[in-house]
Design a binder for this molecule. Structure first.
Ligand code: C2E
Ligand code: CA
Ligand code: CA
Ligand code: CA
Length: 279
């Protein structure tokens, strides 16, 4: 390869590549900064009980706010956090903030249950269960107030170690939800080999439920499977009255989605659902 060709190739790529690299570096700086300052924001989305339409809990969803006040969604920095290993600290802070929020709700006499997302890398850390135990203990809350949402790919890591960690968490009293069910490499035997309490039907099936018979059939099958395994079923991504009615009719226990409520900043959640004693 001649020198000049190499140079041309470089200048051909350089704009996009430089832009992408610049963006990545900027995001990493912002993320490190947010973690150092413990300034990640938690948004909470209520989960509703289909039987009585009451708020049965909430999912914790992280956001990053930079110095100019711009809010970034997790899809913009969670993959970066996973690549750089920052996910361990990020996950720890999200759990800490969620536990502290539960403690604050408890002071108001409200026993809120909060589900926290756990990345595959966190679950692969042998010290993870001890870390969770310590965070729950120092917040002074019941372990049963916390649910951890894990994905199928997180379960794929190391069968024995993952099972040991999930068993240790279950012994603490934490409940475990399998998130995004049906989108990963589901081996159905996993549903029995890991101590799971909750199955979350992925949004992608719910979205197509009304238009596509196939999506509707998949949701029906998932609900029947979960019911027979005595798992609690949470449907996510409910955007319409028709989604809501359909999932309720199928026998899902809990639902979350824009139709009922978007994720809201922690303080707003507190004002809307906790301090007015309406939960
Ligand atoms: P997820 O765990 O599947 O979370 C549900 C996502 O769906 C959230 O997006 C939520 O805002 C969105 N959503 C809720 N209801 C609806 C709806 O009716 N329609 C639509 N179109 N979307 C809805 P968000 O907050 O952008 O989070 C995206 C993903 O980022 C999450 O997907 C989760 O995988 C990850 N994530 C969020 N917070 C954390 C965290 O603290 N730690 C880790 N490891 N991952 C997180
Ligand atoms: Ca989730
Ligand atoms: Ca999900
Ligand atoms: Ca998802």
């Amino acid at each position: 390869r001649s020198k000049s060709k190499g140079k041309d190739t470089f200048s051909f790529f350089s704009k996009d590549l430089q832009h992408a690299m610049h963006h990545r570096v900027e995001m990493e700086i912002k993320l490190r900064h947010a973690i150092e300052n413990n300034s990640l924001a938690i948004y909470l989305q209520p989960k509703y009980d289909f039987e009585n339409n009451e708020v049965a809990g909430a999912e914790s969803l992280v956001r990053m706010v930079d110095e100019s006040g711009k809010v970034f969604g997790p899809d913009e920095f969670i993959p970066l956090a996973e690549e750089t290993g920052l996910i361990h600290q990020l996950g720890k802070q999200v759990l800490q903030k969620s536990c502290e929020f539960i403690a604050r709700c408890n002071e108001k006499g409200q026993h809120l249950k909060v589900a926290v997302n756990v990345a595959a890398k966190q679950l692969a850390n042998p010290g993870f269960a001890d870390e969770v135990a310590e965070i729950i203990r120092s917040a002074g809350i019941e372990a049963s107030s916390i649910e951890l949402e894990v994905t199928e790919s997180a379960l794929m890591h190391d069968f024995e170690q993952t099972r040991d960690i999930l068993n240790a968490l279950t012994s603490l009293g934490v409940t475990i939800a399998l998130d995004d069910f049906g989108t990963g490499y589901s081996s159905l035997s996993y549903l029995r080999q890991f101590p799971l309490n909750v199955l979350k039907i992925d949004r992608s099936f719910v979205i197509d439920m009304d238009e596509e018979q196939q999506a509707h059939d998949i949701v029906t099958a998932i609900v029947h499977l979960a019911l027979s395994l005595e798992l609690t079923i949470v449907a996510e991504g409910i955007e319409t009255q028709s989604h809501f009615n359909g999932l309720k009719a199928l026998g899902c226990h809990l639902g979350q989605g824009y139709f009922m409520c978007r994720p809201v900043a922690m303080e707003d959640f507190f004002n809307q659902f906790i301090s007015n004693e309406e939960v």
